[in-house]
Design a protein around this ligand. Structure first.
Ligand code: DC
Length: 246
């Protein structure tokens, strides 16, 4: 079990994906789950403070499925009627995650900026976090799991053999997020993206419940000057040193 936590745009998603592929382990992208919850809530016209109703949706309507060859919700065994009322988070052997709902691929909406705000709001709810705990722990299957998020090492998998807390300067993270969004390379968009990251950092790291802070036994790694491959190599080296892999 390897956890990779960190703030928005620290690069943890990319690194976790690469590590899980090199190891051929399962990958849990926990941020995607909070995004799915925010999406589901808005599709049901629920406000983010309606925690009880949202928690019920989470228990009944989110399913995470994995298939080496990749799957479509439409090919799953459930009846059409049931399928249409459930959000599926599907992944293939390359650990590409897609989100399907109502017969539609809604991945880009769920990953988009609109949903980011809602995701940070639902993520601040103790009640909603608690119903997501079993769904995350169920992802821990043989031969292993790489999990990325904010509280993977502190709350969800406190017994992980290797915990990384990935850091990068605000400036580096802003540039990474701009590239990810395909944002115009102007001062104005730089400041807009920087401000939105700053707001999210505050919300994610200062909240009472499961704040994004390193576990006491996590290795803190600043990736500002490292390439993705160098960061992946660092994680693999640590995993080898600890005897987690050969
Ligand atoms: O990593 P991301 O941007 O997809 O995460 C979306 C939101 O979910 C973000 O505001 C932080 C929150 N989150 C969380 O609270 N705990 C996690 N384990 C993962 C994400």
């Amino acid at each position: 079990m390897i956890t990779i936590d960190g703030l928005s745009a620290s690069g943890k998603g990319t690194v976790a994906n690469r590590v899980s592929r090199e190891l051929e382990w399962n990958l849990l992208d926990s941020g995607l789950l909070y995004r799915v919850v925010a999406y589901l809530a808005s599709e049901h016209n629920l406000e983010y403070w309606q925690e009880e109703a949202i928690a019920k949706l989470v228990e009944q309507r989110i399913r995470i499925e994995y298939s080496k060859t990749g799957i479509q919700a439409s090919s799953l065994k459930e009846s059409r009627e049931l399928r249409d009322s459930i959000v599926y988070v599907l992944s293939d052997s390359l650990q590409h995650k897609t989100v399907q709902w109502n017969g539609k691929d809604v991945t880009s909406i769920v990953r988009g900026n609109e949903i980011s705000r809602g995701a940070a709001l639902v993520a601040a709810s103790r009640r909603i976090r608690s119903v997501l705990v079993p769904k995350q722990r169920e992802q821990r299957v043989e031969p292993g799991l790489v999990a990325d998020g904010r509280d993977m090492g502190t709350v969800i998998f406190p017994d992980a053999q290797l915990k990384i807390f990935l850091e990068a300067s605000l400036e580096t993270r802003t540039k990474r997020r701009m590239a990810q969004l395909g944002a115009a390379n102007t001062d104005e968009s730089f400041h807009r993206v920087l401000q939105s990251l700053k707001d999210r950092d505050e919300r994610d790291s200062l909240r009472d419940v499961a704040p994004a802070v390193p576990a006491h036994d996590a290795i803190q790694l600043d990736s500002s000057r490292l390439s993705v491959q160098e960061t992946v190599d660092f994680v693999m080296r640590k995993a080898r040193n600890r005897g987690i892999i050969d």
